[in-house]
Design a protein. Structure first.
Lengths: 267, 283, 343
């Protein structure tokens, strides 16, 4: 079985290679955030000075709060708007449905830069001063289509009779919506919200074109600071990586832990 | 029940104002000239003619080339990886997918920025070369750097797209193929590969489109002379201030992308028809 | 669920309400062009909130203005000041607040703003070549055409700025940097194209600074302020300004006509012209100060920039010119520069 063994070695090497490729920049980023000198290539010793500098840097702290607040708020609004729109679409006539979904696809199919300049032209024509609100609005605009696409499949699989049954039993349309429909499509809503959050948190191109007034998110900050060597960016990035890793681990381990709990209780 | 349909009305208004109008504005700016005031303008095709200059056409072709090469590289590297993961044990699969997707969650600019220090003279890669005994190479601001950055950013999307379809593949089909006497290679070429095509096509759309229009990666890793069509558009809107010309370029680019999307859609439909598989959608 | 939505509504109110309550001063300046501790000091002293935004080229600053952004203070270069004045986009400075008595006389009263009605100088300098003394001999430094010397192929950083690029080409050919002559511009375009194809230059902006400190290439076109900083950090570097002439530039504070807080804007400018602010800024940024007293202190024997050939901007060369603005020229140059790079 020599063939099988060399096969396995090859597979292992390939996977290891790819993972090394993916993680080398991230690890390098994290390592040099602790560098004692202002270099990203030669190590001089351990220091937390860049983390200190990060927390003292007003611009960077503001960028972090901006990114977070916009992500949270845009996710909230996009989720509600998108869910309601999806419910409406699923009950609409075929023509309306197709039209709405086609237009809804524009922000998804269009390159980001096209969406970005479209919005920039819109704000400019309406003489709206660019700033926090324009960025927030833009994030809601490009997130909502993804929420709709997340929720719609769940709606399609929904039994149409259940909502009718609720109405027959005396529920108001609002109650039927809130207590019957929404819980059944909740997985779609949640995944839509997650996508919206990620897209907003990570966004660069659209934010870059529609922000102004000194309002910056993390991506714009990294973009403007990248021309000079600035390990404070490394410090910020390291914190982001740690938080994201922690969240992903929790999200993935939670169901496993739950299962273990259930198994224990079943005994 | 009919009441619920009216829930879509607010969104229709929303879309008209925030999706349709911006698109129309781009078209308007592309076909007019006058600067950035909406009040005075005249219709013209000048902006488009201006683009048909050999220099700009070269930029367009280069962008398409770079995007195409990136996509092909992502398929060549991504397919085997997706295949390996799909055939691993279930526990390993979850772990491996987690490891592959984690970088995707990290801000794209941060990930690209990380490569600058690695590729610079005196950076990690050059130190590695010196360690092996090879002479140091100029890696930053080259085609290689940009391609590396592109593949790095888009590979996870390709892997996930292909993996999603491969993982759903009915193992019974593979067993049946073996039972009927096909060797592993034949099974792969004639059963697995065609069935996985929708995933590949889905991956292509996820990679090619952003690769054509990206401007951050060339800007960070390629230097000012690395001009792709995204850089051209950004330059026109942010630096030069010629919004009319910029809009025309955007329309041309959007048109080309839409044409290639329709082609891949057709390929997707053909592939699905042949295999009865639903397209490898991500959600 | 209801409590959550209440909380979020409150959050929204707080975030949107916050901005309109305080008095704000909006400053639009070059990136990495100030000692940031001064911003907080100004805020405390005058009780305003400073919104500090940055740009990386005169052109993108102008485009941002045209897209509807409103600022109280801008810091454009000479020719851009001229353009803004020509287009009636500036308001005069309040001379009762802004005192320019300490500004070096040869930086004042330039052609773009005689009598300094609209502008107060901030930093000044010229454009030159920073070179690695271990790779480049004095003999090689014949003029701007050292950049065409194939001995340094693949070893050159060129500044990604259309005006500076054409200035270098025009000066190398013996023409004026403000030439509007089509034949001369075409010759300059050809010069740049030749450089692009034979020398494999890398077009950079601010990243040239850290790259040259690391000694990654032999030659680079830089602003004198960046050169001063590089010379400070890397002993092997030298600064060369060709006899053929170069561009002498001045970056100045101006107040847009539509500024919302002109009173505070004038206060800011006066604050930045003080000896303390000028000292701290020039030490932090490396660019040459306009304050006479600070200048003398810096280049004195025990000064921080003693012997720094880039900091002491050359005066008296008749070939050194300041940029003028011309609308037609601007469009031509922008287009040509794009073509040089895209090849």
């Amino acid at each position: 079985m020599v063939g099988a063994k060399s096969h396995k070695v090859l597979i292992f090497a390939l996977m290891a290679g790819i993972l090394a490729f993916f993680y080398m920049p991230i690890i390098s980023l994290m390592v040099f955030s602790f560098n004692d000198s202002r270099s990203l290539t030669s190590w001089s010793g351990f220091s937390l000075q860049w983390y200190e500098a990060l927390f003292k840097n007003r611009e960077m702290m503001m960028a972090i709060t901006t990114t977070l607040s916009i992500a949270l708020m845009s996710t909230f609004v996009a989720t509600i708007l998108g869910t309601l729109a999806a419910i409406g679409v699923s009950k609409s006539k075929r023509l309306v449905k197709e039209l709405v979904l086609s237009v809804n696809n524009f922000p998804i199919l269009n390159p980001e830069i096209v969406t970005a300049i479209g919005l920039m032209l819109l704000y400019s024509s309406l003489n709206i001063q660019k700033g926090y609100l324009t960025m927030l609005l833009a994030h809601i605009i490009f997130s909502t289509p993804y929420v709709i696409l997340s929720v719609l499949p769940k709606l399609r699989r929904l039994d149409p009779d259940i909502a009718e049954a609720a109405l027959d039993l005396g529920a108001t349309p609002l109650e039927a919506l809130w207590k019957v429909i929404v819980p059944m499509i909740l997985p779609g809503i949640i995944s839509g919200a997650l996508i919206a959050f990620t897209m907003s948190f990570d966004d660069f191109v659209i934010s870059y074109f529609v922000s102004g007034n000194g309002v910056k998110n993390i991506s714009i900050l990294v973009y403007t600071m990248s021309k000079r060597i600035n390990p404070t960016i490394n410090a910020l990035s390291t914190i982001l990586v740690v938080i994201i890793t922690a969240v992903l681990l929790i999200v993935n381990l939670y169901p496993m832990l739950n299962k273990k709990k259930e198994l224990k209780e079943a005994e | 029940m009919k009441g619920y349909a009216s829930l879509v009305k607010p969104y229709i208004v929303w879309m008209s104002l925030f999706i349709v109008v911006p698109m129309l504005l781009i078209v308007l700016y592309a076909f007019t000239t006058s600067g950035n005031e909406l009040i005075s303008f005249r219709f013209t095709l000048d902006n488009f003619f201006r683009f048909f200059d050999p220099v700009f056409i070269k930029v367009l072709i280069k962008s398409l080339e770079v995007a195409l090469i990136t996509t092909i590289l992502c398929i060549i590297i991504g397919y085997p990886i997706a295949y390996i993961i799909a055939n691993a044990s279930e526990k390993s699969q979850t772990l491996l997918i987690l490891l592959i997707t984690l970088p995707m969650w990290i801000n794209m600019l941060v990930r690209t920025y990380a490569w600058i220090s690695i590729l610079s003279d005196g950076g990690l890669l050059n130190s590695l070369l010196e360690f092996i005994g090879l002479p140091p190479m100029k890696l930053m601001y080259t085609d290689f750097a940009v391609m590396l950055g592109m593949v790095y950013n888009f590979l996870p999307f390709m892997i996930i797209s292909i993996y999603t379809v491969l993982a759903k593949l009915d193992k019974a089909l593979i067993h049946a193929s073996h039972d009927l006497g096909a060797n592993p290679l034949q099974t792969f070429l004639r059963v697995v590969l065609p069935l996985s095509l929708p995933g590949v096509i889905s991956g292509i759309t996820l990679v090619f489109l952003p690769a054509v229009s990206t401007f951050v990666i060339p800007k960070f890793l390629g230097g000012g002379q690395y001009m792709l069509i995204g850089n051209l558009i950004e330059n026109q809107f942010i630096t030069v201030g010629e919004w009319n010309f910029g809009s025309a370029i955007s329309l041309i680019m959007a048109f080309i992308i839409m044409a290639s999307m329709m082609m891949t859609r057709k390929m997707d439909r053909d592939a699905s028809e042949n295999t009865g598989n639903e397209g490898g959608k991500l959600w | 669920m209801k409590k959550l939505s209440m909380l979020i509504l409150v959050l929204v109110f707080i975030l949107t309400g916050c901005n309109s309550n305080e008095k704000t001063l909006k400053v639009f300046n070059w990136g990495v062009y100030i000692d940031e501790t001064l911003i907080e000091e100004f805020e405390e002293e005058y009780g305003v909130r400073v919104v500090y935004d940055t740009f990386d080229s005169n052109e993108s600053m102008y485009t941002k203005l045209m897209s509807g952004e409103v600022y109280d203070v801008l810091v454009p270069s000479d020719y851009m000041v001229q353009r803004l004045i020509d287009e009636n986009l500036l308001q005069p400075l309040d001379k009762s607040v802004v005192n320019m008595a300490n500004v070096m006389p040869h930086v004042m009263n330039q052609s773009f703003d005689p009598n300094n009605q609209y502008s107060a100088p901030y930093f000044w300098g010229n454009v030159g070549i920073i070179y690695d003394t271990t790779q480049v001999d004095e003999a090689d430094l014949t003029g701007w055409d050292v950049l065409l010397n194939t001995k340094f192929k693949g070893n050159v950083y060129f500044y990604d700025s259309e005006r500076d690029a054409f200035m270098v080409a025009l000066k190398a050919l013996g023409y004026s940097a403000n030439s509007k002559d089509d034949a001369e511009l075409q010759a300059a375009f050809d010069w740049l194209t030749q450089l692009n194809s034979t020398m494999d230059p890398i077009y950079v902006t601010d990243d040239v600074i850290d790259n040259m400190i690391a000694g990654n290439k032999a030659l680079a076109i830089v602003y004198s302020g960046d050169a001063a900083y590089i010379l400070d950090e890397n002993e092997d570097m030298g600064y060369f300004v060709p006899e053929q002439g170069t561009n002498v530039w001045v970056d100045s504070f101006v107040i847009p006509a539509n500024a919302e807080n002109p009173e505070m804007a004038n206060a800011w400018i006066e604050f930045m012209l003080s000896e303390d602010a000028q000292t701290r800024n020039t030490l932090e940024v490396g660019y040459t100060t306009v304050h006479q007293g600070v200048w003398e202190a810096m280049i004195a024997e025990d000064g921080d920039y003693a012997g720094n050939t880039a900091y002491e901007v050359r005066l008296g060369n008749p070939n050194d010119e300041i940029f003028m603005y011309d609308e037609v020229l601007k469009v031509k140059m922008a287009d040509l520069w794009l073509k040089v790079k895209a090849q």
